[in-house]
Design a protein around this ligand. Sequence first.
Ligand code: SAM
Length: 207
Amino acid sequence: MSKFKTEQEEFWAGDFGNEYTNRNQGTNLIAANTALFSQVLSKTRRISSLIEIGANRGMNLAAIHNLFPELKMDAVEINEQAAAELEALGLGEVYQNSILSFSTDIQYDLALSKGVLIHIDPLLLDKVYEKLYTLSRKYICLVEYYNPVPVEVEYRGNTNRLFKRDFAGDMLDKFPDLTLLDYGFVYHRDNNFPQDDLTWFLLAKKH
Ligand SMILES: C[S@@+](CC[C@H](N)C(=O)[O-])C[C@H]1O[C@@H](n2cnc3c(N)ncnc32)[C@H](O)[C@@H]1O
């Protein structure tokens, strides 16, 4: 019997996730992520803790560490190999688990998801929205593939593995005390800091 609830979790915990982890590295990616997060996080104030869900080997956390060297950064990552690479960076606590099973009483100033909601079974997405919401004390940052209506697209020859939609809009509808602080787009043809075509959203809890 599988230890996971969904085929998407199996996919990331297994060989595909290992191969992704081997590809997902390099100083250019850390530079591009540093440029991205310097923009995304410029509207935040006094962040002292962060959790990233689906952090892989830490390419976002390494970039954010460049910007906020004092920040405590924990992570949840389903893939064992990726979690081991991340642990070796020594940036914070690494929980090797699916976000669908993970729970904690700890709250963080910022909860981050980059390229992860797009890989969650859409039927269980609400659970992950709730996790992100409860994990966050102040801010939620989503960096995902946007589409105005939910769509599934082929992912590296696989079906039922990649889903685009308005994730931030869903969260703003679901949690009335969330507000949109800022949003933007990063382009794969950016002259200096190319990324996949990602749309980012910074949400805040109204206090
Ligand atoms: C496309 S990668 C993005 C990695 C990282 N966020 C980045 O931007 O470099 C998706 C990551 O989410 C992880 N992941 C996928 N489903 C997950 C789940 N249910 N729980 C925790 N991690 C998950 C994968 O193992 C992988 O590391």
